[in-house]
Design a protein. Structure first.
Length: 429
């Protein structure tokens, strides 16, 4: 009985939603361990499309327990809205199938307002303006309002005062009106009864279920290259997105993790600002990849920048996340190319390197060194076995494995969950 962590191995948008849903059929519990409602997971099940931002992907699977861990920052109104949207699609969400960590930090309207001000300035870094970063700042600054605080409304007064001592100073500096404590209190008091039924001591719940032999699937948001420590800083998210965060963000120890599956797109995409060595946004290749792959953000609708597969980056995230195997997605988008390029190294200031440097300026100067691989004309779309794949597509997959130093465990050939080729079941480690 293995417990599996699923992480994105690039800049997010690798197709984690489908893979988590595919795996969740074998899991008893699905845990979201970091990020907020800036994530976007699209699931296509029996022709019906579900778009999730905060809720774990397993929530659409009947009989599964979904858990939002302490590493997640939660906008309570966004949570309520997402639950309502799912119920309109026939998915019932209740405390029977959703639990939320009592020590998870809340996102408040003031967080969204602060992030919007920053993103509308010259210092923008391309966030979703949903308040994720400012909420994590308050968490680290030890002034955050947490989920459990909603259960003790009389204790909110001093906590709100401490929070506003910081935020009202920022608001004055940005020529914004100050907030009154009562405004924050009234918002929280109104929303508390709607979300408190989901509250639980998640660390204890998960430990109990693990000891019972239940299979746990840990689901991350974004991708490893957006990790606050290991990503393309400062163009990153405000949390740790690597696999180790699954333990910290859920309250289980690292020995609870048996297998790490890295979701990896067969090419590369990125939303927002920041370095992107293989970016092809301004040429025909980028346009074709974007149109075929429908590369628009689930949450924001923003067009993604598209480029060739970067083996250097994925090899690096295989190491920083301890990835045991990858799920290679969207291979079908490469169908029909005469040739396909793969980045195998960088040229930086006249020398060749085999890693992405940590510095922002060095990352921006890194020039890709490409290896060209012959393309394939026959379709890979909807293939469900190796025998259905063109020989040259198989060569491409094998070359990717060699370059990143990690085997392909699953291969996805369409958004439909059945169009998946399984080489190794992560739960049977």
């Amino acid at each position: 009985m293995a417990n599996v962590v699923v992480v994105g191995s690039q800049w997010g948008d690798e197709g984690k939603g489908k893979i988590v849903d595919w795996l969740s059929e074998q899991a008893d519990i699905v845990v979201r361990f970091q990020g907020g409602h800036n994530a976007g997971h699209t699931l296509v099940i029996d022709g019906k499309t579900y778009k999730l931002s905060l809720l774990p992907s397993g929530v659409v699977r009947g009989g599964k327990l979904s858990v939002i861990g302490n590493g997640v920052v939660i906008d309570p109104q966004a949570l309520i809205d997402e639950i309502a949207a799912l119920e309109k699609l026939g998915v019932k969400v209740s405390p029977e199938n959703l639990r939320i960590a009592e020590n998870a930090v809340l996102i408040l309207p003031l967080h969204r307002e602060l992030e919007a001000i920053r993103e509308n300035s010259s210092a923008r870094i391309g966030t979703t303006k949903r308040g994720i970063g400012p909420a994590y700042e308050d968490k680290v600054g030890r002034r955050a309002i947490r989920f459990m605080d909603l259960a003790d409304l009389p204790s909110l007064g001093p906590k709100i005062e401490r929070l506003l001592a910081h935020h009202n100073a920022l608001r004055r500096g940005n020529n914004m009106p100050e907030l009154a404590p009562k405004e924050i209190y009234d918002h929280l008091a109104a929303i508390a009864p709607k979300v408190l039924p989901y509250m639980d001591s998640v660390w204890s719940l998960l430990d109990d279920r693990r000891r019972e032999g239940k299979r746990i699937l840990f689901e991350g948001a974004q991708g490893s290259l957006l990790d606050i420590d290991h990503g393309t800083y400062p163009y990153v998210t405000s949390s740790n997105t690597v696999a180790a965060q699954a333990a910290t963000g859920s309250g289980l120890g690292p020995n609870a993790i048996d297998y790490v599956l890295g979701i990896t797109k067969a090419y590369t995409t990125r939303v927002g600002e920041g370095p992107f060595p293989t970016d092809q946004m301004h040429n025909e290749v980028g346009k074709i990849l974007g149109e075929r792959g429908r590369e628009f953000g689930t949450v924001t609708g923003r067009a993604r920048r598209c480029g060739w597969f970067d083996a250097v980056l994925v090899r690096q995230t295989v190491r920083t996340s301890g990835i045991d195997g990858i799920a290679l997605t969207k291979l079908d988008i490469l169908d029909g190319f005469e040739e396909v390029k793969v980045c195998v190294g960088y040229r930086l200031d006249g020398r060749e390197i085999d890693y992405l440097p940590a510095g922002e300026l060095a990352q921006a100067r890194a020039e890709p060194i490409y290896e060209t691989i012959a393309g394939w004309k026959e379709p890979t779309a909807r293939a469900r076995s190796w025998a259905q794949l063109p020989a040259q597509a198989i060569k491409y997959v094998r070359r990717v494995e060699e370059l990143i130093g990690c085997p392909v465990a699953l291969l996805s050939t369409s958004p439909e969950r059945e169009d998946t080729i399984l080489m190794k079941n992560p739960f049977e480690t």
